[in-house]
Design a protein around this ligand. Structure first.
Ligand code: MTE
Length: 324
């Protein structure tokens, strides 16, 4: 008999909904309690309503998505508290504790633009896109170029579904992705020495590989702002910097995109960035990594353990800098 066991981090659909409602209610109660002293009841109500409208995520009811058992990892998963508090998101600072600052990110309305070498350029609202895409949950490893790693349950949809939706021309060879630009909402973007917006690129073969995943959720809930809400990439066989966050635009092109990090430091960060323990970063070894959940040092695997899915893509490309 098949028994569905609930994993430690996993919450039931009813609990997820209850949680959203619970927080909403708590905010309302809090605002009401503080309100009369400051503003009067009417003001407090208006303030609470605005706060709730700002923060309520209309996609919350879509999670948890159905787990795809094909994509899983050896447990334990990284605790949610760690994966959502230890982040790289330079739009909010060049250190790891950006979770609080990232709450300034406004994720609705959110429009995604698809352009370049496609049958018909288009713009689509994130909630319409979510309706059109097949949502599922996958547990993936993420290996950062800085030699730390985590194992998390992403929700989202295969990037191939987005490519099919976009209808690229047969002459398109790459897809370039861009993060939003808004210096008011993202103070890190006021640092003029970075080449904003954050951008990344994949070949069409990579983007349509079964592992390439567009993330919209994490731990059975909408993906938190600090982890790249409302739409980010997960390409687990590549270093984490390829998995660009908070995407607003996908451009199909026949020219190889030069990514944010490649523009900044091309000698250290290239286009391919596939994980390889035997090819050191110019300033450190990539042989081992620290699991941010357990703090254990573990050996890094070729293609981060995903060689069986992706190695074929790179046949005939051995002259390329595949590992940087
Ligand atoms: N995307 C944007 N827009 N800005 C960033 O600074 N950092 C990248 C990637 N995507 C980054 C980004 C890096 S270096 C890593 S390792 C991962 O996001 C980290 O994802 P996480 O914070 O969800 O662990």
């Amino acid at each position: 008999m098949l028994i569905k066991r609930r994993r430690g981090w996993e919450i039931a659909e009813s609990a997820a909904t209850a949680e959203a409602v619970f927080h909403g209610r708590r905010r309302l109660v809090k605002a009401l309690a503080a309100g009369p002293l400051l503003l009067g009841v009417a003001g407090a109500l208006a303030r609470a309503a605005t706060a709730m409208a700002d923060e309520a995520d209309p996609s919350a009811g879509l999670y948890p998505a159905k787990q795809n058992p094909k994509y899983t990892v050896k447990l334990p998963l990284t605790p949610e508290e760690i994966a959502t508090k230890y982040n790289n998101f330079y739009e909010y600072g060049s250190h790891k504790e950006i979770a609080r600052a990232a709450q300034e990110l406004k994720v609705r309305p959110w429009t995604v633009k698809i352009d370049g070498m496609v049958e018909k350029p288009m713009e689509v609202g994130i909630d319409d896109l979510l309706k059109a895409m097949p949502l599922e949950e996958r547990v993936y490893r993420l290996r950062c170029v800085e030699a730390w790693s985590m194992k998390v349950p992403w929700s989202g949809f295969p990037m191939k579904a987005l490519v099919d939706y976009a209808k690229p021309l047969s002459s398109a060879r790459y897809v370039e992705m861009f993060t939003f630009v808004d210096t008011k909402m993202a103070p890190g973007q006021r640092s003029f020495w970075y080449p904003w917006p954050y951008n990344e690129g994949l070949t069409i073969a990579e983007a349509t590989n079964e592992l390439a995943f567009m993330v919209t959720g994490l731990y059975g809930k909408p993906v938190p702002k600090q982890n790249g809400a409302p739409l980010r990439l997960a390409v687990p066989w590549k270093y984490g910097f390829k998995s660009a966050k908070s995407l607003v635009r996908f451009t199909f092109t026949d020219k190889r995109p030069k990514s944010f990090w490649e523009q900044l430091q091309g000698s250290e960060y290239g286009f391919w960035a596939n994980v390889n323990p035997q090819v050191p970063h110019p300033r450190w070894s990539q042989a081992m990594e620290t699991d941010i959940g357990t703090q254990e040092k573990i050996p890094t695997l070729l293609f981060n353990g995903y060689a069986e899915y992706v190695a074929d893509i790179y046949k005939g490309l051995e002259k390329e800098r595949l590992w940087a």
